[in-house]
Write a protein that binds this ligand. Structure first.
Ligand code: BLA
Length: 512
């Protein structure tokens, strides 16, 4: 495992971003013994907030450095709140040096209390809860997931004031796309762009599943170390997963710089226990949000996630219903029509209405009937020969056919993706759905094949520098099939088998 800040191309998803031993310096962090309230570790701007540099604090009683009633308030809060796994407001105080109103939030980590102090650059909203309520009322009017996500972006932009607010949705292969956006007239649009999975590495996605909000008020900050770096009692690093000041991976900071982003916030969208997406916010100048406003955003994202889950489930259900109706219509066609191929391709609904693809074809008794964009008959004949030898009887599917079957590279522009439904007789008959190479269908926000470039520090790698949209892709790959597509093929196969058996029966009876 690389040390924090030392990740490269090969281990970037193993960088331990939860234990940076440093914080963002716009505030200060203390860890406290939960029994004695003596200071164990300290970091950040304690000089201005408490009147002494962080190195002087470990070993000292908290009471010596805070206004008189703060310790009592903290004890009282902890007695009420119990384990406090996430930061809660503890007290507000005046900073020692400049008198600025400073908010203290507290949570527990690794047997210590983590007390974080943030001078308020602007007052929070008076009625944060009322605002969340109004936001929820407005988004609830949206009837589809897409419309709902657009309103999410609008509302988060309204309450947070960020220049660009995006709903970023994770796709089945962990790549992602900006599916909704609200922005300042002068901010560049990222709407519709796709990004590779490595832009938000695995451990970051795991962290964002449990911690729903993070704020980087100034991406050009210099990290402030937490001293001592490990808990002197057990030698363990401080887990900052839930810290509001956690220092961010340097790779990600460079990424933000390259996008011209000076402040960033992201909120998790969690559906059915899975990280479905993020509400990602950018600002061209530094931007701080007080704790109360951040809590409002987090609460909004949380309740909105539940509503979105219902809308997505509804849309899935509608899609299933549609698929069922088309299936029934296809079965009627099959039982009515003497010519299967004609019936399934020349009428509506047809096989392309059933599974979204660019082309479909039937291979029946050595004869090919195409609809839409498909390879030529000879290419399909060779493909079918290969399928007969390699694929089991049933439903075969791939989104990168040329990898398994190299001759397909010659017609990847129509058939990088394949679902092949076979009907078992000898030789087999097939229904084949084709999808083109994704290069034609997706606009990437950069080159996903080269997410990293050697940076100014030589071997240390940095995110790509160009965010201009350009059409490149993991070549020879198609848009992945949804599990519903493969399931639909299986259902149709069962029905086709029945029809084939019936027809064999019929022929036999007619012969008797
Ligand atoms: C984190 N990467 C993130 C986050 C986002 C993105 C939203 C969440 C952190 C935040 O709130 O700022 C990516 N941001 C995007 C994308 C868009 C956007 C895709 O606005 C599209 C418009 N990043 C890389 C590479 C690596 C990497 C190659 O591009 C690894 C080598 C790492 N990204 C990386 C890490 C984090 C991250 C480590 C976690 C940062 C942290 O929370 O400490």
């Amino acid at each position: 495992v690389p040390a924090f800040g030392a990740a490269d191309l090969t281990d970037c998803d193993r960088e331990p971003i939860h234990i940076p031993a440093a914080i963002q310096p716009h505030g200060a962090l203390l860890t406290l013994d939960p029994q004695t309230f003596s200071i164990v570790q300290a970091g950040g701007d304690t000089a201005r907030i408490l009147g002494t540099p962080p190195g002087a604090l470990p070993g000292q009683p908290m009471a010596a450095w805070f206004p008189p009633d703060c310790v009592a308030r903290l004890r009282c809060l902890l007695a009420i709140e119990g384990p406090t796994p996430r930061p809660v407001h503890a007290f507000t105080m005046a900073a020692r040096r400049h008198g600025q109103v400073t908010e203290a939030v507290v949570h527990r980590s690794g047997g210590l209390l983590v007390l974080e102090l943030e001078p308020l650059r602007e007052p929070g909203p008076d009625d944060a809860l009322g605002q969340v309520q109004a936001m929820l009322l407005r988004v609830q009017q949206a009837a589809t997931p897409q419309a709902f996500c657009q309103r999410l972006a609008d509302e988060v932009r309204r309450i947070s004031g960020f220049d660009r607010v995006m709903v970023y949705r994770f796709l089945p292969d962990d790549t992602g796309a900006v599916i909704a956006e609200a922005r300042h007239a002068e901010a560049e649009s990222f709407l519709g762009l796709h990004y590779p999975a490595s832009d938000i590495p695995r451990q970051a996605r795991a962290l964002y599943l449990s911690n729903w909000i993070r704020l980087i008020p100034d991406t050009h900050y210099v990290p402030a170390p937490v001293l001592p770096a490990v808990n002197p009692r057990d030698g363990r690093p401080l887990d900052l997963s839930f810290s509001v000041l956690r220092s961010v991976s340097p790779v990600h900071l460079e990424y933000l710089h390259n996008m011209g982003v000076a402040a960033s916030m992201s909120l998790s969208l969690v559906l059915g226990g899975r990280l479905w997406g993020l509400i990602a916010c950018h600002h061209r100048t530094p931007r701080f949000l007080p704790h109360r406003l951040r809590m409002a955003c987090e609460l909004f994202a949380q309740v909105a996630s539940w509503r979105l889950e219902t809308l997505v489930a509804g849309e899935d259900f509608e899609a299933q219903l549609h698929s069922k109706r088309v299936h029934e219509a296809l079965i009627q066609t099959i039982s009515r029509e003497a010519d299967l191929a004609e019936g399934l391709t020349r009428q509506r609904p047809n096989l392309l209405d059933y599974i979204p693809a660019d082309g479909v074809g039937l291979w029946l008794d050595g004869h090919f009937t195409p609809l839409g964009r498909t390879p030529g008959a000879e290419q399909v004949a060779a493909l079918v020969t290969w399928l007969n030898q390699t694929a089991d009887d049933g439903v075969f599917h791939t989104d990168r056919l040329p990898l398994a079957y190299p001759p397909a590279a010659a017609f990847a522009d129509v058939a990088s993706g394949l679902i092949a439904l076979s009907v078992s007789k000898t030789p087999r008959d097939y229904v084949l759905w084709f999808r083109p190479e994704v290069i034609r269908t997706v606009t990437w926000g950069g080159n996903p094949n080269k997410p990293l470039q050697a940076g100014p520090d030589g071997e240390r790698l940095t995110p790509r520098r160009s965010f201009a949209a350009w059409r490149e892709s993991v070549t020879l790959h198609a848009d992945p099939w949804r599990s519903a597509d493969v399931e639909a093929a299986r259902t149709l196969r069962t029905s086709l088998l029945e029809v084939v058996l019936q027809r064999i029966d019929q022929v036999a009876r007619e012969r008797e």
